[in-house]
Design a protein around this ligand. Structure first.
Ligand code: NAD
Ligand code: DAU
Length: 334
């Protein structure tokens, strides 16, 4: 099987590239190498005969047309993925997550690929007070990020209905594990704790997320790719629901730091209070998460402890300007 994987130098995409190569697939990894994409994330497969890399933008029709030629399936991870950055600068999110997805869909249609997997997010549903979202529920995104992801998946489903392209959409929940860019809650708080600097908890920290380990997320995407029904959407959640303050305390415990590092800061605008997914549909295909949250979190923390050479250069580069913009006033005002 020949796969075109986009965004394979990012956090989840790189884990999926490893999984696909291990399973005997041929992989073309197309990645723009934005601030979040790092070829080091796939360095150990870079010389594998079944792997090739194309430095390109999913919104660039000519590059995408070449890349998709001969692919059996396209798995689209490429996206601007961080909610806080989308609030600061929404334009790039619309360009990549909506327009880029449409360009990729069109190339896949022209090339006649057998399957297009659109990697989407549970954030398209918006917030839920009780119970869990099902795939038939209406979407109601809150942030420029989740609205642009909703735009991308709506394009994908339209390409199925209008042109008959074989599309499946996965809506994954909050993912964690090795190689996650340290702007997201878990790697940010683990690395700040290791450096003994403030952990900026938004608002009261009682916002609830449904956590999934990265390999379980990739396994779910693989299942949807292999066995999903064309035109269908699959919720993909780990089922471990916890408020952010609980995650924060676990991280402090695992890093041996004390609660004095917690800083409650000004909340994220439009912050969704709770996400929860009903995953019955994907489980019916035989998928279930394999990892328990406390064990997988402990292993993830050990990875960041052991791999300072991975995250320290990130945190001293472009990241510093972003961090100042996002957090300086929040922390000063707290
Ligand atoms: P990430 O930010 O770590 O990686 C994104 C990758 O896409 C990077 O390698 C980047 O260089 C690449 N990219 C960005 N714009 C591109 C473009 N225009 N053309 C080609 N490549 C481009 O993201 P992630 O956390 O690994 O998320 C991957 C996908 O999964 C995204 O679509 C995201 O919306 C979705 N998702 C993420 C989570 C999560 O918790 N991280 C949960 C559910 C769904
Ligand atoms: O739900 C799936 C989504 O999960 C993915 O689609 C996104 O790509 C991914 O970034 C993630 O979005 P969140 O906004 O939920 O993740 P983030 O790690 O940014 O934040 C998790 C929670 O922690 C959220 O309630 C906001 C809070 N938070 C986050 C940061 C970065 C803080 O309290 N302080 C922080 O500094």
């Amino acid at each position: 099987m020949r796969l075109l994987v986009t965004g394979g130098c990012g956090f989840i995409g790189s884990a999926f590239v490893h999984m696909a190569i291990d399973r005997g697939a041929e992989v073309v990894n197309l990645d723009k190498l934005t601030y979040a994409g790092d070829p080091a994330n796939v360095a150990d497969v870079a010389d594998h005969p079944a792997y090739s890399f194309l430095h390109a933008d999913i919104a660039d029709a000519a590059s995408v047309r070449d890349a998709v030629e001969g692919a059996d399936a396209v798995v689209n991870f490429a996206a601007e993925s961080h909610v806080d950055r989308s609030i600061l600068d929404p334009a790039e999110f619309i360009r990549t997550d909506v327009l880029g997805t449409a360009v990729l869909l069109e190339a896949a249609r022209e090339a006649g690929v057998d399957r297009f997997v659109q990697v989407s997010t549970d954030e398209v549903y918006g917030s839920i007070t009780s119970g869990a979202f099902r795939e038939t529920d209406p979407i109601n995104p809150s942030s420029p990020y989740s609205a642009s992801k909703a735009g991308g998946e709506l394009q994908a489903l339209a390409w199925h209905r209008t042109y008959g392209l074989d599309v499946v959409v996965t809506r994954g929940s909050n993912t964690f594990g090795p190689r996650q860019y340290p702007e997201k809650l878990i790697p940010l708080f683990v690395t700040n704790a290791l450096d003994e600097i403030a952990l900026p908890v938004y608002g009261d920290g009682m916002q609830v997320r449904d956590w999934i380990y990265v390999d379980d997320h990739c396994e779910g995407i693989w299942t949807a790719m292999a066995d999903g029904e064309a035109g269908q959407i699959y919720n993909l959640g780990g089922g471990y629901e916890a408020p952010n303050i609980e995650i924060t305390r676990r991280i402090l415990d695992l890093t041996g730091r004390d609660e004095g590092l917690i800083k409650h800061v000004q909340d994220r605008p439009g912050h969704d209070r709770r996400y929860a997914l009903d995953t019955t549909r994907l489980r019916a295909l035989g998928w279930e998460p394999a990892r328990d949250f406390p064990g997988a979190l402990a292993e993830t923390v050990r990875w960041y402890v052991a791999r300072r050479e991975w995250w320290e250069p990130i945190k001293s580069g472009e990241y510093r300007a972003y961090y100042e913009r996002q957090y300086a006033d929040r922390i000063a005002d707290s």
